[in-house]
Design a protein around this ligand. Structure first.
Ligand SMILES: NC(=O)c1ccc[n+]([C@@H]2O[C@H](COP(=O)([O-])OP(=O)(O)OC[C@H]3O[C@@H](n4cnc5c(N)ncnc54)[C@H](OP(=O)(O)O)[C@@H]3O)[C@@H](O)[C@H]2O)c1
Length: 369
């Protein structure tokens, strides 16, 4: 697996080009399976893990994923050898009730206290990458910026990141830092398919965010790149936001390219995200070693220039009723997965689709499953 460098001009971290999502570790993915997945990821050269202080609260206890990672690193003697990203802001303050009304938000005290809790959970002295998990509009941004900068200045955390945050708020926060440590990584929802425009949805990688990232040397990370398995499993409906005519045209081209390469759609999606002048870092999840093997193999998949151009241009065909979506596909997906060479490893619990977000803690739909 190739590596990437994350850098804010102060701290530099070498990471694998894939970041493994661990959101379900400890509950949907039992600990022994999680350990096997982590072992395989590390054997393949994976060094970058994504977690959050709230993972687990939807089905049990917040912090489960962090604690599983901590126990795995300790048992394998690799603490300090992995790069761990974790997040703060969406942990419930009412155990047992994960409703977003109870989320901690991004006040200074919560940020400082939970950085210590995450360090204990993970068994590390320093959190390599610490994200604001949500865009908390009820806390003065200055307070959040100051608390995060303070942690970085004390070396309690390495790099800082923002997730599920409006582009203008990311840049405003960076400005308010006045040269102190601030966001250098941005984690948003992103995949090959474009989401249907929704005025309330500010958690996506957009052209504007890409432009900001290029100008300011920010690293973009894409969560839920496999749409919870919907690309490969006809039994999993596309999330509503991704079920629209343009997406269906793009799906048809995606499956054509996958068939040409003898690859799965998941692999082409990941190879697509890893390609181009400014690749993003995908954060896929896996609930088995077999799924992870398919994900890892995507790092070896080479899309040629013509395939990249076809994939990029596919949406432009959306207005044509005779476009590829009409050719033998159902919702853009082949009638038979085998016809596209798609390898599937399916479990029966689909990731719930994002829902629109409310109010004070804006955007958050995926922040805490
Ligand atoms: N910042 C945020 O707010 C935020 C929000 C969401 C997620 N995240 C991060 O992103 C990570 C990934 O999120 P996600 O789970 O939504 O991502 P995803 O990569 O879109 O979906 C992962 C799921 O896809 C299915 N899958 C994976 N490989 C497969 C294969 N080879 N064949 C068939 N199905 C396959 C599995 O579903 P089954 O288990 O059902 O088989 C797996 O759990 C999380 O773990 C978390 O670290 C961050």
């Amino acid at each position: 697996m190739r590596t990437r460098t994350l850098n804010d001009g102060r701290v530099s971290l070498q990471v694998s080009e894939l970041c493994l999502g661990t959101m379900y570790f400890g509950y949907r993915t039992p600990e022994d399976v999680a350990f096997a997945i982590l072992d395989r990821f590390r054997d393949a050269g994976g060094t970058f893990l994504d977690t959050a202080n709230n993972y687990g609260q939807w089905h049990g206890e917040a912090g489960m994923s962090e604690r599983v990672i901590g126990r795995w690193m300790k048992s394998r003697g690799v603490t300090g050898q992995m790069v761990i990203a974790t997040k703060v802001g969406a942990r419930t303050t009412v155990p047992g009730d994960p409703d977003m009304r109870h989320w901690q938000g991004l006040g200074g005290q919560a940020i400082r206290a939970d950085a210590d809790a995450s360090r204990r959970n993970l068994g590390v002295d320093r959190l390599d990458l610490y994200y604001a998990h949500i865009d908390d509009r009820s806390t003065p941004l200055e307070e959040t910026v100051d608390a995060l900068a303070g942690l970085a200045e004390r070396d309690t955390v390495g790099l800082l990141g923002a997730s599920n945050t409006a582009t203008w708020r990311i840049e405003r926060a960076r400005g308010l830092a006045h040269g102190r440590p601030s966001y250098s990584c941005v984690q948003q929802q992103h995949t090959y398919l474009p989401a249907q425009p929704d005025p309330g949805q500010l958690n996506l990688i957009t052209e504007e965010l890409k432009d900001l990232a290029a100008a300011e040397n920010l690293t973009l990370l894409a969560y839920s790149p496999l749409l919870g398995g919907a690309y490969s499993d006809a039994g999993k409906p596309l999330p509503a936001a991704y079920d629209h005519p343009t997406a269906q045209v793009r799906l048809a081209v995606l499956y054509e390219v996958a068939a040409e390469l003898g690859a799965s759609a998941n692999q082409v999606v990941l190879a697509w995200l890893l390609s181009g002048d400014r690749p993003v870092i995908p954060i896929p999840g896996a609930s088995s070693v077999a799924q992870l093997d398919e994900i890892i193999a995507a790092t070896e998949l080479k899309l040629d220039d013509a395939q990249l151009a076809r994939l990029a241009g596919a949406g432009a065909l959306a207005s044509s009723p005779s476009g590829p979506a009409g050719r033998g596909s159902r919702n853009g997906r082949p009638r038979s997965r085998a016809s596209a060479g798609v390898k599937t490893h399916h479990s029966s619990s689909p990731t719930p689709p994002p829902t629109s977000a409310p109010s004070t803690v804006s955007l958050s739909q995926c922040a805490a499953r």
